[in-house]
Each structure stands twice: as structure tokens, then as C-alpha cells.
Design a protein around this ligand. Structure first.
Ligand SMILES: [Zn+2]
Length: 297
């Protein structure tokens, strides 16, 4: 609902009207965000400035916090080489990245994120990752590369990572089952009515055998070759890695662009999420949270 602030009499106390997070007003939020940032968040050109960056040999974990009552607590500092200590001690940046995440994802929808950490693998490469905590499938850690955290691509990256937690959590998968009639992933056998199984049935059933024959997810050349032959089916080349990455990447595109009008498989994947009323709402909450976060700075 649109409330024109100039038409309201100043004598009356007005409570701001809750924005209805339907598709139309949510697309307006997206326009506002793109205007504030001055970039398209799905652009390939959002790379990290390498000038002052520190190159690394692999992943350097810096610090992991526990998430308690919506705050970062009990920092667990790793022992790192002197050149990483400034990054490790930059609590201001770490808090700001936590705020970015916690403003975008509503509190009741991120309870499973019990740990939040920071690492670096140099500029670009892996911007963030999530993982189930050891022996605790209901608990997840999210980790952000602090050197990429200044880049606007952090916003779609957070949504991508959240897409993994949303689709692979214990409410969507059964990690105890020995037999699996749906789809077996590292996190367990996915539920029949889970988002990712519905996504798989719609888009991966015909693809699966070809993908198994030609793709090694660790080998980006094989992923790229698979993508190039089917670029009308994937939002980008990384999405061709496997169904899990395709789901998360398509979800980030769903959040950060208006519903596409074309009807190629690539666009159908983006529209897939719009069939779930709770995801339409979530998209609105994410964009509202991000818009508010950006204007408060
Ligand atoms: Zn991913």
C-alpha cells in the first residue's frame, strides 16, 4: 500500500503502514536498491578490487562466532599468520557483515544459523559458504570472505547461501534414512515435498544422466562446457555445477530481478520460486531489509 506522506494531516499520529510484500511493491523495493547502489546486483562485473588485497594459499579461517539472541558472541579466534591479523581483528567489519545478513533474513527464518564466521581465500574465488555443524544437522554455520565483503555482490551471495540452508535443512531433508527414493545429497535424502526435490523434478530429471556423464563439480572447465551447451537452461555458468548450486543461484536471481517474461527453462527456474506464497513473502522481507539497511548507513 502506498501512503503519500504529504497528504497526511500532521495533527494525526500516523503509524507507518506495513508494506504489503506482494510482488509489485517488492519489485519497487528492488528498483530503489539498484538506484541506491548504482549497480545491477547480478552483474558479472562485481569483482573485488585486488589492489590492496592479500592473496592466500587456500582458505584461511579467521574467526567463528556463536549466534546467541541475534548477536555475535564468543569469538573463537584461529591462529593465523601476521598478515591476516588486521583482517581477523576487524570487528567493525565483522559486525557490519552480520548486520547485513541479519537485516536481510528475518530472525525467525535464520534460527538454524547458529554460527557465523569469517575467512579469506584472497580476492574473489569463494565469496561465502555454509555448512552443517559437525554432528548437529539442525545447526548451520555461515562464513563470509572478509576481503569480498566490501563488494556489492555480497548481497546476492548471502541470498544464495541462505538458499542452501533453506533447502537443505532438517525440515527439508532426512539425514537418517538409509534408503532414498527421492534425491540423495550430502545433507541426506530430500523430502518428497521439499523445494529442492520439486526443483529437481521440474528441471533436472532429464538432465541428470548427461550431467553425471560429463560434469565433475570440482572441475570448473567441465561445468563450463556443460553450461555452454545449455545456456538457455541456467541463470549462469556456476548454476550448472549441480542441482544444489542451480537451486541456490536461481533463488538469488529470483530475489534480485523482476519475474522474467521469457519462457526459456532459465526463466522458468526463476519463476519456480514464485509458486510458493511463503517465498514471495520472504523475497519481500529480504528486499525490504536490504533497502532499510542501505538507507540507514
Ligand atoms: Zn552455493
Amino acid at each position: 500500500m502506498y501512503l503519500d506522506p504529504f497528504s497526511v494531516s500532521t495533527d494525526i499520529q500516523v503509524t507507518p503502514v506495513e508494506t504489503e510484500l506482494d510482488r509489485e511493491s517488492t519489485d519497487q523495493l528492488l528498483d530503489e536498491i539498484q538506484t541506491i547502489l548504482g549497480v545491477s546486483l547480478l552483474s558479472d562485473e562485481l569483482t573485488t578490487d585486488t589492489e590492496d588485497s592479500i592473496e592466500t594459499d587456500g582458505d584461511i579461517l579467521l574467526v567463528t562466532y556463536e549466534v546467541i539472541g541475534g548477536e555475535l558472541e564468543n569469538p573463537q579466534l584461529e591462529s593465523v599468520a601476521p598478515e591476516f591479523q588486521t583482517l581477523q581483528k576487524d570487528e567493525h567489519q565483522q559486525q557490519s557483515l552480520w548486520e547485513t545478513f541479519s537485516e536481510m533474513i528475518p530472525a525467525e527464518k535464520r534460527k538454524m544459523i547458529t554460527h557465523f564466521g569469517f575467512y579469506t581465500d584472497g580476492p574473489d574465488d569463494t565469496l561465502a559458504y555454509v555448512e552443517q555443524m559437525d554432528g548437529q544437522p539442525a545447526e548451520w554455520g555461515m562464513y563470509i570472505d572478509v576481503q569480498d565483503g566490501k563488494n556489492a555482490s555480497i548481497f546476492p551471495t548471502i541470498v544464495h547461501e541462505y538458499g542452501h540452508v533453506m533447502s537443505l535443512g532438517v525440515d527439508q531433508t532426512n539425514h537418517m534414512s538409509d534408503e532414498c527414493d527421492t534425491l540423495s545429497l550430502d545433507e541426506g535424502c530430500v523430502d518428497e515435498d521439499s523445494y529442492i526435490y520439486l526443483f529437481h523434478k521440474s528441471f533436472w530429471e532429464d538432465l541428470q544422466l548427461d550431467w553425471e556423464d560429463s560434469v565433475d563439480p570440482e572441475d570448473s572447465d567441465s561445468v563450463y562446457a556443460f553450461y555452454e551447451d545449455r545456456s538457455d537452461q541456467f541463470v549462469n555458468d556456476y548454476a550448472a555445477t549441480n542441482v544444489v548450486e542451480d537451486f541456490a543461484e536461481s533463488f538469488a536471481y529470483y530475489v534480485f530481478q523482476p519475474l522474467p517474461s521469457e519462457t526459456r527453462i532459465r526463466e522458468e527456474k526463476i519463476a519456480f520460486f514464485d509458486q510458493f506464497p511463503e517465498l514471495i513473502t520472504l523475497r519481500g522481507e529480504i528486499l525490504l531489509g536490504l533497502r532499510d539497511f542501505l538507507i540507514q548507513d
